[in-house]
Every structure is written in C-alpha cells, then in structure tokens.
Ligand binder design. Structure first.
Ligand SMILES: [Zn+2]
Length: 157
C-alpha cells in the first residue's frame, strides 16, 4: 500500500479507538516506519531496496520487542506515548501490508513463510476502497472536535 493509505489507516484507527493525542500523532508517524527504514538503509539504491523490501523491518516481532523494551526506559509519559504510537503505527503498516499479495514475513531474516491474505494490491482499486473507508472513519466516525483533546494535541508541538 502507498504511504498515504498507511497514514490514513493509522489515523482512522487512532481516532476510532479514541487514542491519546500523543499516541495518535505517533501512530501516523510510525505508519510509514517499516518502509522508511528500508529506504534509508538502501540509500536510494533500487536493487538493494528490492532485496530488503518487506523483509526484517516488516516483521511484527521487531515492533513487539521494541514495545516491550521501551517500557523499561522510564521515559516521561508524553515521550513514552509518542514512542508507543510510532511502534503501533508500524504494526498498523504491517497489518495493511499483510493484505497485499507479497505479505509480511512470519520470522525474522527469512522471506518465507509469509503472513498474507492477497486481498489488495498496491495502487489497485481495492487500495482506493480501503482509503475511502479510512477517510470515512476520519471524516465521519472517528474525528473528534473535543476541545480538550485538540488542546492536548496542540501542546505536543
Ligand atoms: Zn511496507
């Protein structure tokens, strides 16, 4: 899926779950983390990117382990929530990539077996249907104009 679909999906999930503003902002940022990590590692080299894409950085276990590890860092609550949001956003990325024919790896450092449902190809009409659903949730169902929530979101920046 495209980055904007991943970010819309993370925002829709955060709003539908009425997540804290810091967690929500983190989820939107983290929704592109697995692909961004691969882009940075490959340094723009398409061959390297093709070799590592949807590999280790698309493994659920990595983000689960990081979620557990950051609990022991004794970070202040806003920073912890932002980091948790980033890692949960990465997990939402993997959930959506799991709907793709390529899927995501079940184990680290192994390309197979993979978790995949083969429902939505990147850039297909199916992806646009998912995007429309996310926008519907954001626009109608999940978006809150709660002044306290918006004030807390504004305090993050
Ligand atoms: Zn991806």
């Amino acid at each position: 899926m495209k980055w904007m679909t991943h970010q819309a999906g993370a925002l829709a999930a955060a709003l539908a779950l009425q997540a804290d503003p810091g967690l929500s902002a983190g989820m939107v940022l983290g929704a592109v983390l697995p692909d961004l990590a691969e882009h940075i590692l490959s340094r723009g080299n398409r061959k390297i990117f093709a070799r590592i894409h949807r590999g280790f950085f698309h493994w659920f276990g990595l983000y689960f382990l990081l979620l557990v590890l950051i609990q022991g860092l004794s970070l202040p609550p806003p920073s912890l929530l932002l980091l948790e949001g980033i890692l949960l956003g990465a997990c939402s990325h993997l959930l959506l990539d799991g709907l793709n024919p390529t899927g995501v790896p079940l184990f680290p450092f192994r390309r197979h077996p993979r978790l995949r449902l083969n429902l939505v190809a990147t850039g297909s009409l199916g992806e646009w249907c998912f995007m429309a659903g996310f926008l519907l949730v954001i626009g109608l169902g999940g978006y809150r104009l709660d002044p306290a929530w918006l004030r807390r979101l504004g305090n993050l920046f």
